[in-house]
Design a protein. Structure first.
Length: 233
């Protein structure tokens, strides 16, 4: 498959991951972003053997958007530390079914560290055994009928955090049947897109920002799609 490159230097490879593509290979044996990106580097730089590429964060298979990969072990180590220390600002956009009570605010919950037998992350409004506190910020960009278009900034980085927290407040992501959506979307897609990553470059430390607009074929409600592509603050 063709890989859309957002930015590339000697230390970073920033790409636009399509929905449906695994970030990293699993038991399915299906092609992954890591595989495709390594093939791209082999071909571009004429390297017949293995190439180094560090996957320092992930998006779920059915989520699209910006992903940064490390081309050196030094960059991988520093980027991993930045994600772990909450020094990377992540911005998402999503469509949920249901309306949140406020135009903007914080959502706090406690999430299980692992998924259950169906891969669902447990979310509660109070702590439980092995729970971890989870926080995200949201802003409503537009509303159409029973759907809301949100900008989301996760503060913590928990497994399925956005999906589980929004489902907990009765606003599951459009298409996310695993977390309660009544509607399925084509190709098992869910209406969640990683729009932007902001952090300090791992070599040189200058602030960088990489942004990917929601793809034209993404399942936004028709009347808010144009608003999403030109959001106002």
């Amino acid at each position: 498959m063709n890989l859309r490159i957002i930015y590339e230097d000697n230390h970073l490879l920033v790409v636009d991951k399509p929905a449906g593509l695994l970030a990293q290979g699993d038991h399915s044996g299906d092609e992954s972003l890591n595989d495709v990106a390594k093939d791209y580097l082999r071909e571009k730089y004429e390297k017949p053997g293995n190439v180094y590429l560090g996957l320092v964060h992930r998006l779920d298979r059915n989520v699209s958007g910006v992903v940064v990969l490390a081309r050196t072990s030094k960059a991988a180590s520093r980027l991993s530390a930045a994600f772990r220390d909450k020094k990377v600002k992540k911005t998402y956009q999503a469509v949920v079914t249901g309306n949140l009570p406020d135009r903007e605010g914080d959502l706090k919950a406690w999430l299980g560290a692992k998924g259950d037998g169906r891969g669902i992350t447990r979310a509660e409004n109070k702590t439980f055994d092995d729970a971890r506190e989870s926080l995200l910020r949201y802003r409503v960009l537009a509303v159409e009928g029973d759907c809301s278009l949100l900008e989301i900034l996760p503060v913590t980085g928990r497994r399925h955090q956005i999906r589980a927290q929004l489902a907990l407040v009765g606003c599951p992501l459009l298409g996310d049947v695993k977390y309660g959506s009544a509607k399925r979307l084509p190709d098992h897609r869910i209406a969640l897109h990683a729009v932007k990553l902001e952090f300090n470059h791992p070599v040189g430390a200058e602030p960088v920002c990489y942004e990917v607009l929601v793809p034209e074929d993404f399942p936004w409600p028709a009347q808010v799609r144009s608003i999403e592509r030109n959001p106002t603050r």
